[in-house]
Write a protein that binds this ligand. Structure first.
Ligand SMILES: Nc1ncnc2c1ncn2[C@@H]1O[C@H](COP(=O)(O)OP(=O)(O)OP(=O)(O)O)[C@@H](O)[C@H]1O
Length: 461
């Protein structure tokens, strides 16, 4: 694997300027690799932060281009060298010097032990950027934020398991990582593990294939804190749920903290076994709702401060009002704007934001109603309005229904429950599911994108 890293460095050398390469990539030292993770040594934590922010995605891309596999990259900060005490020792008389040397060796050993105590025993896969300090709390996420802090301050006491649920890009991953980072900061030897449920499943399958199930089980069962992201992906995967169920029990019984996230409330996850569902309900269930404009503005302000960029209030408001509730998209807009300002050497202004975002932000108009969208979509697909709003699950109705719901969310100020109400009394999790489904498909399906754009355009003319 070291050869692969050398090849990756050579590739990066070709695409980066010489100075960037020698400053930021050359000093990265290969330490080792597991099946899916490459571990690199960095000279300092500042260095780590910089490389993570600026070059991590590029490094991952190069690794995946070489190996045709997706690798995680973890950084270890190099140990600082202990100060030399030689000059002092020289001043000691010779006979004593040996004893002193021994004493010093003893001290050094103790120091090393102490250092070892401070270092984490395993690399916990956490994203160091996701902390409580970098999270903006507002009315939409206050409950989940406070619950996460309570768990981080007193793990495995009051809220075990903690179950956080909410729509796409609303900060669930950020919060669970913040719990892990805070616990790790207080106790660097805490055994923490952050896994997506997909990764849990893939690793389990590999362990089964290579007859390493004991290793797999032991790894999870010795954790102090287990963070499992996006549990809904375990739905319908019986063997994975069974294994997770036993892991859950083992940890719970030994008073270890478990935190789980999902896009839905436990009982709304189809295909989730009853015994897991009921266990999730043993602890605390906290939701994250889509943020209001004020919270979105506060997030934009925080992020731009972190990037040391001046974002005027009117521009922050323009972006916040134009964006969907997905914070990842909001961040994407900010990065695009910041990149434009930096490349053109201009200050960010509202006029610039309007220009840069013209294809992204269709300015919301209060005149567009859910009813108008329903009619337009029904006409477009030549179906009856009553069928669009019905519960019928045939594909020719489901797709238009999901598209209509998605557009309602994008172009009106109606909340999920309000939209649900106007689509025959559907509950808000069905509405969130539809929005999420179309959001995902839009990235991959050009025809769908064209259809949605076409309907939106006609709504504005
Ligand atoms: N309240 C917040 N304050 C600051 N940043 C936030 C906040 N909420 C979300 N973000 C940022 O938005 C991005 C998306 O958040 P995150 O990945 O945690 O969402 P998620 O709910 O886990 O999404 P998914 O459903 O796709 O897994 C991250 O970069 C995160 O830092």
């Amino acid at each position: 694997m070291e050869n692969i890293w050398l090849e990756a460095q050579a590739n990066l050398k070709q695409v980066l300027t010489e100075q960037t390469y020698t400053t930021w990539i050359e000093p990265l030292k290969f330490l080792g690799a597991t099946v899916d993770t490459v571990v690199l040594e960095v000279p300092s934590s500042f260095f780590q932060k910089w490389v993570t922010d600026k070059y991590l995605s590029m490094i991952k891309e190069v690794l995946s281009a070489i190996t045709s596999k997706t690798y995680h990259v973890e950084f270890h900060v190099a140990e600082s060298k202990p100060e030399s005490s030689e000059p002092k020792a020289e001043k000691e008389p010779k006979a004593k010097s040996k004893d002193k040397d021994k004493e010093k060796e003893g001290e050094r050993d103790k120091e090393k032990e102490k250092e070892k105590d401070k270092k984490p025993e395993l690399v916990p896969n956490l994203n160091p950027k996701y902390t409580f300090e970098s999270f903006v709390s507002g009315p939409s996420n206050q409950f989940a934020y406070a619950a996460s802090q309570a768990v981080a301050n007193k793990p495995a006491s009051n809220y075990n398991p903690l179950f956080i649920y909410g729509g796409v890009g609303l900060g669930k991953t950020h919060l669970v990582n913040a719990i892990g980072n805070q616990i790790l900061a207080k106790n660097p030897r805490a055994k923490i593990c952050y896994y997506s449920s997909e990764k849990f499943m893939n690793e389990m399958i590999n362990s089964l294939r290579y007859k390493k199930m004991d290793e797999f089980r032991n790894k999870f069962r010795k954790m102090d804190l287990l963070l499992i992201d996006d549990i809904q992906f375990m739905a319908g995967k019986e063997a994975t749920q069974e294994e997770f169920f036993h892991t859950f029990n083992a940890l719970y019984e030994s008073h270890k903290q478990i935190v789980v996230t999902s896009d839905k409330f436990p009982k709304d996850i189809p295909g989730l076994e009853e015994r897991l569902r009921s266990r999730f309900e043993w602890g605390l269930i906290a939701d994250i709702q889509p943020p209001g404009v004020e919270t979105k503005v506060a997030i934009l302000k925080k992020k731009s401060d972190m990037h040391a960029v001046n974002l005027p209030d009117d521009v922050a408001l323009f972006l916040a009002e134009g964006a969907t509730s997905n914070i990842r998209e909001l961040e994407g807009m900010l990065i695009r704007l910041e990149a434009f300002a930096s490349l053109t050497g201009k200050e960010i202004t509202l006029a610039m934001a309007r220009e840069v975002m013209k294809d992204i932000i269709v300015e919301k108009t209060r005149d567009i109603s859910v009813e108008m969208i329903q009619k337009m979509v029904a006409d477009h697909f030549r179906i009856k309005l009553s069928e669009l709003k019905s519960d019928k699950r045939i594909k020719t109705l489901v797709v238009p229904r999901q598209i209509a719901i998605y557009i309602c969310r994008e172009l009106t100020k109606a909340s999920y429950p309000e939209i649900g109400e106007k689509f025959g009394g559907k509950d808000h999790s069905t509405i969130i599911h539809s929005v999420k489904k179309i959001e995902k498909q839009l990235a991959a399906d050009a025809d769908l994108k064209a259809t949605v754009e076409d309907i939106k355009k006609r709504l504005f003319t």
